[in-house]
Design a protein around this ligand. Structure first.
Ligand code: PMP
Length: 376
């Protein structure tokens, strides 16, 4: 095979690699360019103005020097934004990096990590990359989590995503409190989509020495390309994550732009979060009009259970719209059972983009049906 066409899975693993890496597949969803990309839940309105201005002004000057070791100015800005002391913040190269660092900091090789299912696909990967054993906890039929089921796993770390990706559903605060009360490991609550939701459990971090809340500037703040994530927790807890994360993880340009966004772009962020909420309701209503049962979302995306998700996503892509298909989600609810766990996840953007997505969806469905017609 030509090396230019080799895929990750076609490359033979050399004998020197770690055993626990054998089942790890490279995370590689389809990211081919599309005219309207509604596949990755980033901000479709772009970058906030003060962050953009800072990047333009800083671009050249910053690159010859190392950034601040642990992004102390950014920590202060994030602390003011979430309303905690800066000693309760750790940052990272995207929240992916913060999650990975936290798993490495708190889990010994061989330890179990409880992960709801369905949930954010990267977490079982980070677990395996750190030689931990992921244990799937099925969500309930109302997309909640059973604290008893979590306790039964006796995990060193419990991961909870709220609002949950890909369902969009929040995990209720009493559930998170019950998980904390009934386990003695670290509880990581991933609030990547918190700005679009009604509740957050950041306030619980000052009362618990085992709760770490992970956030990102990739979604509501529109800075996914800069890779800025952070976590909030007890100072002793975040100090361990900081050791595991190591120095220089946030670039100087990213740090300055993130600070500008946090301190000067609050109105921009608020206005676009409000638009997401409005358009989320409108898109859900349009799906319902088409006889589809979208899952009620508290995030900046909607999961619509539909049969043939992969084919529909391909058909939509042919019309210039990318959405994220899932063919085999664990069918925990009646809506997901009705399609055998097949669903498309659509990021919420400006209404014009969602109209184009609906149009592409309608065509993809009709074409799919035509292919079903037997040849006579
Ligand atoms: N957590 C969740 C639930 C996500 O959906 C994502 C992005 N898809 C991340 C974390 C990672 O985001 P980032 O690394 O850009 O901060």
């Amino acid at each position: 095979m030509d090396s230019g066409t080799m895929t990750a899975s076609s490359v033979r693993r050399p004998a020197v690699t770690r055993e626990c890496y054998a089942p790890i597949e490279l995370y590689a969803p389809n990211r081919d360019p599309a005219g309207i990309d509604l596949s990755d839940n980033t901000n479709r309105w772009g970058i906030p103005p003060a962050a953009a201005r800072t990047i333009r002004e800083d671009m050249v000057e910053r690159v010859t020097r190392y950034p601040d070791l642990y992004a102390s100015s950014l920590k202060r800005a994030l602390a003011a934004y979430v309303g905690v002391d800066p000693s309760m913040i750790v940052t990272g190269c995207g929240s992916d990096d913060v999650l990975d660092s936290a798993i490495r900091a708190f889990g010994e090789p061989g330890d179990r990590i409880a992960v709801p299912d369905p949930s954010f696909a990267m977490v079982p990967l980070f677990a395996r990359m750190n030689a931990l054993v992921p244990r799937a906890i099925p969500l309930t039929d109302r997309y909640d989590l059973s604290a008893a089921a979590v306790a039964g796993v006796e995990a060193r770390i419990t991961y909870i995503c709220s609002p949950n990706n890909p369902t969009g559903t929040p995990i209720p605060r009493p559930t998170i409190e019950a998980v904390l009360a009934s386990s003695d490991g670290v509880v990581i609550v991933d609030e990547a989509y918190a700005e679009f939701a009604d509740d957050s459990v950041v306030d619980l971090t000052s009362a618990s020495a085992r709760l770490l809340v992970v956030r990102t500037m990739s979604k509501a703040f529109g800075l996914a390309g800069l890779r800025v994530g952070y976590a909030i927790g007890n100072p002793a807890l975040v100090a361990e994550v900081e050791k595991s994360r190591g120095p220089y993880k946030v670039s100087g340009i990213a740090e300055r732009a993130a600070i500008a966004a946090l301190t000067e772009d609050a109105d921009w962020v608020r206005a676009h979060v409000a638009l997401v909420r409005t358009n989320r309701d409108r898109l859900s209503a349009e799906f319902r009009r088409r006889g589809i049962d979208p899952i009620p979302s508290a995030a900046n995306f909607v999961l619509a259970p539909v049969r043939g998700a992969e084919e529909i996503a391909r058909g939509m892509r042919d019309r210039g719209v990318a959405v994220r298909p899932f063919s085999q989600l664990r069918a925990v609810s009646p809506a997901l059972r009705a399609t055998g766990g097949s669903a498309i996840r659509v990021s919420i953007g400006p209404w014009g983009e969602l109209e184009a997505a609906l149009d592409a969806f309608d065509h993809a469905r009709i074409e799919g049906r035509e292919e079903d017609v037997p040849c006579v």
